[in-house]
Design a protein around this ligand. Structure first.
Ligand code: DAH
Length: 349
């Protein structure tokens, strides 16, 4: 606590003033508060100025001098206290203002999450790219298809069960009932493409297909296929095997083993399924076969001059196998592919 020197007994109140002033000054928490305290201690009407005004009434010159000195002494000490408190508060306020304003340029920026293609799209693009690297072109066709291209041109007889409404979604469109449908496979593009192009043909056709199925682990009413067609002179089953084995090794890895087992499709003869060995078991990857001469005849190709092979595969299935997409029990399941919560598919991207 600051001391008042040579304080005459009559100046007890000055001493108390200094003590109180020191407390008020310390309590001022801002420069504005300090200004107010300063004015109340030293300004007009303050105890100091009142005491000075009273000096003239003191008759004894020595007492007047001593009292005047004591008042000045207290006033100067108050001024010093105010000034040192002002320095402290100014520094604090500046530091606070700087902190509030500051930008830490070393912090990492906040980047918005970037979108990606859906895993099915990525898978289809990758499959198409593999065939493009083998010299194939890509084509796409209509999702609303005619009964002719979807079935008849593909050598699927009028009585085939896949034509039934329990399997195929028919559209209320066209001249006759049952004429237009949602394509059940991408195979009709074989016929459409051959009608539009002379051989040789090397084409892949990715796209959506539709069936009257409820969603479960292995079915969805909307899914995807990639069709392939190679037509040229002297194409053999060996070309089919070499091409599809190459594809399997590109997609699943260099050491992938494949085997072909006999199957039946109306649009190919002979027909096969290609299986791949993955995680200790053989898994069916796709259907394939040598183009049935009946299909060539529908599109005006001469089966005596050209031969070809065709294949069809499901990117959902291939993505599930490659990424191990399963339900919570570890069974393969396509439903995570359809989940709108991006955290689900985000795990596989
Ligand atoms: N269209 C067949 C399906 O949807 C898949 C398929 C099998 C396509 C054999 C082909 C093929 O071109 O040769 O199940």
């Amino acid at each position: 606590m600051p001391a008042v020197t040579n304080l005459p007994a009559s100046m007890e109140s000055m001493h108390q003033l200094l003590i109180d002033a020191s407390t008020d000054i310390d309590n001022a928490q801002s420069l504005a508060q300090l200004d107010a305290v300063d004015a109340s201690l030293l300004g007009r009407g303050s105890p100091i100025s009142e005491a000075r005004r009273g000096l003239g009434a003191i008759k004894d010159p020595d007492e007047r001098r001593d009292t005047g000195r004591a008042i000045n002494d207290v006033a100067n000490q108050i001024k010093d206290l105010v000034s040192s408190r002002r320095t402290t508060l100014a520094a604090t306020e500046e530091a606070e203002a700087l902190a509030a304003d500051s930008v830490d340029v070393t912090l990492p920026g906040r980047s918005p999450a970037r979108g990606t293609h859906h895993l099915i799209t990525q898978t289809m693009n990758e499959i198409v790219d593999i065939f493009v690297s083998l010299g194939y072109t890509m084509a796409t066709g209509p999702e609303a298809e005619t009964e002719f291209y979807n079935f008849t041109a593909m050598n699927i007889p009028k009585t085939h069960p896949s034509r039934m409404e329990s399997d195929t979604l028919y559209l209320d469109y066209g001249e006759q009932e049952g004429e237009v449908l949602l394509r059940t496979h991408t195979s009709p593009m074989q016929a459409r493409y051959m009608e539009q192009h002379d051989p040789p043909v090397y084409v892949v056709v990715p796209g959506k297909v539709f069936r009257a199925d409820a969603i479960d682990a292995t079915h969805s009413p909307v899914f995807h296929q990639i069709e392939g067609l190679a037509v040229d002179e002297n194409i053999t089953f060996a070309d089919l095997k070499g091409t599809l084995a190459t594809f399997a090794r590109e997609f699943f890895g260099r050491d992938t083993k494949v085997k072909f087992i006999p199957h039946y499709f109306p649009f190919t003869e002979p027909s096969a399924e290609m299986h791949a060995y993955s995680n200790g078991r053989w898994i069916e990857l796709l259907g394939c076969g040598m183009v049935n001469p009946a299909v060539f005849e529908h599109v005006g190709y001469d089966p005596e001059k050209v031969t070809g092979f065709a294949f069809g595969m499901g990117p959902e299935r291939l993505a599930i196998i490659r990424h191990g997409i399963t339900d919570v029990h570890g069974n393969n399941d396509l439903r995570p592919l359809l989940d709108p919560d991006h955290r689900i598919l985000g795990q596989y991207l």
